[in-house]
Design a protein around this ligand. Structure first.
Ligand code: XLS
Ligand code: NI
Ligand code: NI
Length: 437
């Protein structure tokens, strides 16, 4: 078998003292943390679109990425040629899962029927490589935002024929995901929003989007696909305003259209920050609704206002993320998909590896820190204690819904004025920092 990355060995765990740039310093796949291995906690995934298809262009300049295995064409053969490269990448970096859009893996054909045939051919090949390597599909999705036909949206397009095209793509992408044993299927509505309300019937667009999601749920039942559906929130870009703007907006949409039983959220760090939230905030909102499914692990840049999709390297961030993953009891169908790309200046193939190894080690450190914080119990204990007045007496009655304004009025008039405890934010920040050394 030819090697596409001859200078890169398979990553091994060498510990913190290692100076080997292709070794893990913190991610030790089989090490047990708490109740399971790091591999099972973190469930790392690689994004086909970034690893194989991102040429590293930006709005001001052409792509820079060196991809000697790629002839630059949109042929089926070129698509087939990329697959062994990708699986070598997964094997060397010890990433167990991957994610794709239909159009990342297979090109459009001259007709829609030919497009679907292309996808089927590629899925045959992916299936073969999955069986040979044991790599698994975390989730699949359909790209309903790149082709010009989706300029006004797919599910929210004012053109019913475009809606039908999108539905056709979803049917085949869902069936491909099912065939490959995909544990989830994601909807990210890049163009499901609007540029101007002057030309938009918002209510009708939302009704249509919900109809499309219901059709997908129905089709999954029909073909026996039991994987988890996800919606991925993002407030804008490419649309001026996307309907799935943040966790709260998605949950409201899912509840309103009776979809909450079928969908969870796939949260991406950089999307959280674009929405004006922290990732922790988005995770807490989703967890409270029992709807946190999976994570697109990346980060933004505070100096840039767009979706820079950088690899997570900030231990403060990864600790906060893993605290919430552990708090919800870990992933079930979800995982940590690196929806992240190298900088345009990091154009050599080996940079793909440096990027992912950094993200994996940062998440592994976050996991270990989070596990230790929860084990020590001091920080969660502080929070529990802060609400202790609701554990008994009048607080317990409030929580149980066993009181009334009359009863609370009588109660409040019979007590001495409340004395507040300090929130101790600074002390807690100091404690958190102690875990990050
Ligand atoms: C883009 C999104 C996209 C989804 C999959 O910003 O993150 O990559 O994850 O369509
Ligand atoms: Ni994403
Ligand atoms: Ni993104």
């Amino acid at each position: 078998m030819s090697e596409y990355f001859p200078n890169v060995p398979q990553f091994q765990y060498e510990g913190t003292g290692s100076k080997n740039p292709f070794a893990f310093r913190h991610y030790n796949p089989d090490e047990i943390v708490g109740d399971k291995t790091m591999r099972d906690h973190l469930r790392f995934g690689a994004a086909y679109w970034h690893v194989m298809r991102n040429e590293l262009g930006d709005p001001f300049g052409a792509g820079t990425a060196q991809m000697p295995w790629d002839d630059g064409s949109d042929s089926l053969q070129n698509a087939l040629n990329r697959i062994p490269v990708f699986f070598e990448f997964l094997e060397k970096s010890q990433i167990d899962y991957y994610c794709f859009h239909d159009r990342d893996i297979a090109p459009e054909g001259a007709t829609l029927a030919e497009t679907h045939q292309n996808l089927d051919r590629i899925v045959d090949e992916l299936e073969k490589f999955q069986n040979e390597t044991g790599k698994k599909l975390l989730w699949g999705t359909a790209c309903l935002f790149t082709h010009p036909r989706y300029a006004h949206g797919a599910g929210t397009s004012p053109n019913a024929d475009v809606f039908a095209y999108g539905a056709s793509q979803i049917k085949h992408a869902l069936e491909a995901t099912h065939r490959l044993g995909g544990e989830g299927y994601t909807f990210w509505g890049g163009r499901e929003g609007y540029g101007s309300l002057l030309n938009t019937d918002m209510k009708r667009e939302l009704d249509h989007l919900a109809a499309l999601l219901h059709l997908a749920v129905d089709h999954a039942k029909k073909i026996g696909y039991t994987g988890q559906f996800y919606i991925e929130p993002k407030p804008r870009e490419p649309s001026t305003h996307q309907y799935d703007s943040d966790s709260a907006a998605c949950l409201n949409f899912l509840r309103e259209y009776d979809l909450l039983d079928h969908f969870k959220l796939n949260l991406e760090t950089n999307h959280a920050t674009l929405a004006g939230h922290t990732m922790e905030h988005e995770m807490e909102v989703a967890i409270a609704a029992n709807a946190l499914g999976s994570i697109d692990a990346n980060r933004g840049d505070e100096l840039l206002g767009w979706d820079t999709d950088q690899f997570p390297t900030d231990i403060y961030l990864t600790t906060n993320i893993m605290l919430r993953v552990l708090k919800m009891g870990g992933f079930t169908t979800g995982g940590l998909n690196f929806d992240a790309k190298r900088r345009r200046e990091s154009h050599e193939p080996e940079d793909l590896f440096h990027a992912h190894i950094g993200g994996m080690d940062a998440m592994a450190r976050g996991l270990k820190n989070a596990h230790q914080i929860l084990k020590d119990g001091c920080m969660p204990g502080f929070i529990a204690n802060r609400y202790a007045s609701f554990d008994s007496g009048i607080g317990a009655e409030i929580e149980a819904g066993k009181t009334s304004l009359d009863a609370l009025d009588t109660y409040a008039q019979g007590i001495t004025p409340p004395v507040l405890a300090s929130g101790r934010q600074e002390m807690l920040e100091n404690i958190l920092n102690d875990y990050l050394v």
